[in-house]
Design a protein around this ligand. Structure first.
Ligand code: ASP
Length: 440
């Protein structure tokens, strides 16, 4: 009997967690054999990630170009773009409200109604440690945070890349999408044999990239195993310490958004059965969870939305790459929870206006965050610096929060890509597509 693909990945995740917990035990973790094995695991996990990333550029370009060329024009793209952006902003806003509500109800920064002394002590200790020897990761993020969130003008400017090869190598998806739209539109006006050759070429290229993604996903169970194993060895049991309540609150808020809010939105806006959409997206959800990267998951998201959910190529190729760049519900929710949590730890009661400012900043910075692991670090530093919570050292606070971030990053990435996929379904339905999540 053949085990279904997503079950293979689930089994790999469970096996990696078990073995990781075993190898992460204090008596084993630092032995040469375990360190060597973890090193090899990291290498193999990285290869899997690279394989996924390898197809992103040709996949996006060929999908958008052939999508437009096969439709005979760009009519409707402006309308679709506007709808998509509005929808994405709306869901991110809702996600932030969910986070805001949960963090205010459960108050993870307090113990018995008072600011948590343990977490505060952790932050103070970290601040001393960092004064003696700076944390490289935080220092790098701080530099980028000080450079500021990307303003609207910069995002718009990035839409038009002066050098398409550089845009591709920098992973600037917006520029790549714009170029591909222009290219596809011009191609529809190219008559005769040479136009046909190009159209066939991009169609074939797209089919090939989809086939390659399918091939790469055959290795997903192995890739996921090696990606997750070092993470579990590293974090081990008992990594939560004083942060357990914060950790659970983030998971609860993400869970509410994923399992309560998104299905409601799917039913309200697209009138589809959410269970069918979860089922269509299984592989993508598991890949996002394992890789912590919306960008690396994009090829799998596109394949699931197109092949399993039945969304047209036109919508898939446009809405999903855009979503992987600008739509991050899980990240926006998380940013908001972290900031309010830290205010609670410091015993600082944020006013409604201050909380509202956090909401707006979370919405704004989540758009600029890249779809890579722990990318929200920079965004949170930007918000913390703007929020000016009295007595809080933002760098030390971030370093403390980071100690439990890995599993949260995995979870919020899954929420991020699920929201993108819901966007594709909603937009497709609004464009009158009949085959979306239709009965087989
Ligand atoms: N890892 C997230 C993503 O790729 C971004 C973040 O929240 O750090 O979607």
């Amino acid at each position: 009997m053949k085990i279904k693909e997503h079950w293979q990945i689930v089994i790999a995740l469970a096996a990696a967690a078990l073995l990781g917990l075993l190898l992460g035990m204090d008596s084993l973790r630092d032995t040469a054999v375990v360190s060597g094995f973890v090193g090899i695991s990291e290498f193999l996990g990285d290869i899997f990630l690279r394989l996924l990333k390898m197809v992103i550029v040709p996949l996006i370009v060929s999908a958008v170009v052939s999508g437009i060329a096969s439709l005979g024009g760009v009519e409707g793209f402006g309308r679709m773009g506007l709808k998509t952006l509005l929808y994405y902003m709306f869901t991110s806003f809702v996600a932030i409200c969910v986070g805001l509500m949960v963090v205010n109800v459960f108050r993870p920064g307090e113990v018995g109604g008072e600011p948590s002394p343990l977490v505060r002590e952790m932050i103070d200790r970290k601040a001393d440690e960092m004064a003696a020897s700076p944390d490289e990761k935080i220092a790098g993020a701080k530099e980028r945070a000080e450079a500021g969130a990307r303003g609207l003008v910069e995002i718009l400017r990035d839409l038009v890349p002066p050098n398409i090869i550089k845009a591709a190598s920098d992973g600037q998806m917006l520029g790549l999408i714009f170029f591909s739209i222009v290219f596809g539109a011009a191609l529809t006006r190219m008559p005769g044999e040479s136009g046909d050759v190009m159209r066939h070429f991009f169609q074939a290229l797209n089919d090939l990239m989809v086939a390659i993604t399918r091939g790469i996903m055959m290795f997903a169970p192995i890739g996921v195993f090696f990606l997750i194993l070092p993470v579990i060895v590293d974090v081990g049991i008992g990594f939560l310490g004083a942060l357990w309540k914060y950790f659970l609150v983030v998971l609860l808020a993400l869970g509410l958004h994923l399992f309560v809010v998104m299905p409601i939105l799917l039913m309200a806006f697209a009138r589809v059965d959410p269970r069918r959409h979860y089922s269509a997206m299984k592989e993508a959800l598991l890949t996002a969870f394992s890789t912590s990267s919306s960008s690396a998951t994009l090829p799998v998201t596109m394949r699931c939305v197109r092949d399993n959910a039945g969304v047209s190529k036109k919508v898939t190729s446009f809405v999903l790459p855009l979503g992987a760049t600008v739509n991050m519900d899980g990240t926006a929710l998380y940013e908001c929870v972290v900031v309010i949590f830290l205010a609670q730890v410091m015993g600082y009661d944020m006013t409604l206006t201050e909380q509202f400012a956090v909401v707006l900043l979370a919405l704004w910075t989540s758009i600029g965050v890249a779809g890579v692991p722990q990318a929200s670090l920079v965004a949170i530093l930007i918000i913390l610096n703007a929020a000016k919570i009295p007595g809080l050292n933002p760098d030390a606070a971030m370093a403390v929060v980071l100690t439990v971030d890995r599993l949260l990053d995995m979870s919020r990435t899954a929420v991020n890509i699920f929201s993108d996929s819901c966007g594709a379904v909603v937009i497709a339905k609004s464009e009158g597509e009949k085959g979306v999540l239709a009965n087989p």
